[in-house]
Write a protein that binds this ligand. Structure first.
Ligand SMILES: Nc1ncnc2c1ncn2[C@@H]1O[C@H](COP(=O)(O)OP(=O)(O)O)[C@@H](O)[C@H]1O
Ligand SMILES: [Mg+2]
Length: 447
């Protein structure tokens, strides 16, 4: 036999970063065109060919002539009556497939998989021939090996995709946090100012109370001493004690007790206000952003207004709330807070005159809770309007806007199964409408 020896394929070849077919080539010695059908049958029984479904027939120049399959031999020769007698002595070329599947050695596994998928019928009865770069016989490939390699590759791709998705999700989370922090940073300055007023009078009231207390204590002590003298009956001492009480009373008029009570009431009120302000801040900086609950939408809006109170006051913006009937809303409150906070701050920031007004309306419509936030600010030009939900789009100076607010609002609203839209009528105002489903699927955390 002067057949070319099959190409050695010990090294896996790489094609465009992917595993190439070369890695899967088996060095199978081909049949000659003179080989008989009976000899071909024998060759299939050889141990080294045990895994093969077909054997190649190659001429002395290494050109592929065809393939004979195990299946064909069984059907036509070994299982057919007189099959061996009829075909056994003829050459394999009488029974072979002259157009077998042949793939170039530098094909990628994916390309091989596609060609095999197009060419093969079920059940799989043949393997494929691998040709070298000059189109000459290089060896055989097993269809199942290609499928296995493809499976591994798909698994790797899935893992890469999965980890890319995780990285994206993490960076998105960081962006959402940074927008939240930027918004909070601006509000904290205002809040500190808000807290200062009640804090001032709480301090003042407490120091007044502290100054009054010794007088009140002396009055009580002098009265008690006089009472003791009255029961003892010691006349001289009684006189002395009465004078002490008179002096104490001159220093601390009992009517002051009423004032003390009022001071303390004020103080309690002030402390309550401080607690509220701090509580608002806590609501907005909650970390369990994905936590869902059935909440009162109007409570959320009120909280957003309280936390933006300073910004609104500073710009002299009046807020009107026209609340309709809205049943408790199942949502992630910390996320909806963030939406409301951004809509109200955007509205306030868009107002640069002293007749500023924001109107917030709510209602239910067709299974949705609708929230409309309307301002009479400068409005959004028609060419800008389509861009406002884009991440990083901002018309505000550095330090005032991150450009992430509305893109995060949209993400949050959509994750709740809702929608957000804006209409504007520059220069006389803008209206944002948020629709949130009343019976949503649990939101996919956006923050
Ligand atoms: N109520 C509004 N009135 C006018 N322009 C608005 C209003 N709300 C949003 N915009 C415009 O949309 C842009 C994007 O808003 P946003 O995503 O919240 O980012 P940022 O507030 O950080 O700029 C703003 O810079 C502004 O130009
Ligand atoms: Mg904003």
């Amino acid at each position: 036999m002067n057949q070319p020896s099959p190409t050695s394929t010990a090294d896996p070849a790489v094609h465009g970063g992917e595993l190439a077919l070369a890695a899967l080539v088996l060095p199978v010695t081909p049949l000659t065109p003179q080989c008989t059908v009976a000899e071909a049958g024998e060759r299939f029984l050889d141990k080294e060919n045990a895994a093969l479904l077909s054997l190649p027939v190659v001429d002395s120049a290494g050109r592929l002539l065809g393939c004979i399959t195990r299946h064909e031999l069984m059907l036509r020769v070994y299982m057919a009556p007189y099959g061996r007698e009829l075909h056994g002595r003829r050459t394999v070329t009488t029974l072979f497939d002259a157009r077998p599947l042949a793939l170039r050695i530098d094909s990628s596994i994916e390309a091989a998989g596609q060609l095999i998928g197009r060419h093969l019928r079920r059940p799989i009865t043949e393997d494929f021939v691998v040709l070298d770069l000059h189109g000459r016989y290089a060896g055989m490939g097993v269809v199942l090996d290609v499928l296995r390699a493809l499976e591994t590759q798909v698994g790797q791709h899935a893992q890469e995709l999965e980890s890319a998705y995780r990285r994206l999700k993490a960076s998105q989370h960081r962006l959402v946090q940074s927008e939240k922090l930027a918004a909070l940073g601006q509000l904290v300055a205002g809040l500190a100012h808000e807290i200062n007023t009640p804090l001032g009078y709480v301090q003042n009231n407490l120091s007044m109370t502290r100054d009054l207390l010794p007088g009140a204590a002396e009055l009580a002590n002098a009265a008690a001493a006089l009472l003791d003298a009255a029961t003892d009956g010691d006349a001289a001492d009684w006189q002395q004690r009465a004078e002490r009480l008179a002096a104490a009373r001159a220093a601390f008029d009992p009517a002051l007790f009423g004032d003390l009570g009022a001071l303390l009431d004020d103080t309690v009120h002030g402390v309550g206000q401080i607690a509220d302000l701090v509580g608002n801040l806590k609501d907005f900086s909650r970390v369990d952003a994905a936590h869902t609950d059935a909440v009162d939408l109007h409570g959320l809006i009120d909280a957003a207004l309280r936390i933006t109170g300073h910004l609104l006051k500073k710009r002299g913006v009046q807020v009107q709330c026209r609340y309709g009937e809205v049943p408790p809303l199942r949502c992630a409150p910390a996320q909806i807070n963030q939406v409301l906070l951004n809509l109200v701050s955007n509205a306030a920031q868009a107002i640069d005159h002293d007749q500023g007004q924001i109107v917030i309306r709510t209602q239910t419509l067709g299974g949705y809770a609708l929230i409309a936030v309307q301002d009479n600010g400068r409005g959004i030009p028609a060419d800008v309007l389509p861009r406002i939900f884009e991440p990083f789009f901002t018309t505000k100076p550095v330090g005032q806007g991150t450009g992430l607010g509305l893109s995060i609002c949209q993400q949050i609203v959509q994750a709740h199964g809702g929608r957000i839209a804006a209409t504007s009528n520059p220069p006389s105002g803008t209206r944002f409408v948020v629709a949130l489903p009343l019976a949503p699927n649990p939101p996919q955390a956006a923050a």
